[in-house]
Design a protein. Sequence first.
Length: 233
Amino acid sequence: MNADKIIMKGVSILPHGLFNNVGKLGVSGEKLREYIIWLKERITTLAPTPGSAPILHCDVYGTIGLVFNNDIEKIADYLGTLAEAARPFKLRIEGPVDMGCKEAQMEALRATRECVETKGIAVEIVADEWCNTLEDIRDFCARKAGHMAQIKTPDLGGINNCIEAVLHCKAHGMEAYIGGSCNETDRSAQICAHIAMATSPAQILAKPGMGVDEGFMIIWNEMQRILALKGKL
């Protein structure tokens, strides 16, 4: 139901699919692949504008690494099957592996990025686990550990750090994603909307909550207020 809501609202990136154990992913990753195919069909059926091309974003909490024993080559080949399932839509996979420490995580995501690019696989890798602070984000950028970094706003602390994180990503070849937690307040979400409008990251999480309507409305309405104040509406 939430996926259908997102599609019918015409959201450009959907949804923050949550695959946090192997049971949800499938013992060979088959359930995620089936989900992506189902989601593509729902977009074709329900999108308010013909030809809509939202980006598909799935958070897998390291479960792909668990299924494929953290074998980068096998992970990349599996990601290739997901990209094919998502075609013609763009696909982002967040947290394909969780290596248990920052250094190993950076190396695994660097290797995964390099492998999918070498193979010509149309998927973007999003860094999440072990990429928490402004310093972490700088380090992940330096290692090219993924194509995108989630900027987890509660972990970064002050809004100055969130702003610096977005600007650093954009200056160093990493896409920026202003994320955070479903357990935030409406006020923190509104402030993140201001940061996003000022810094232009690739995407922002609709928050708070685990549903669709409330988080999306809070972020969307605040963005419309900003545009109105700037005299653009």
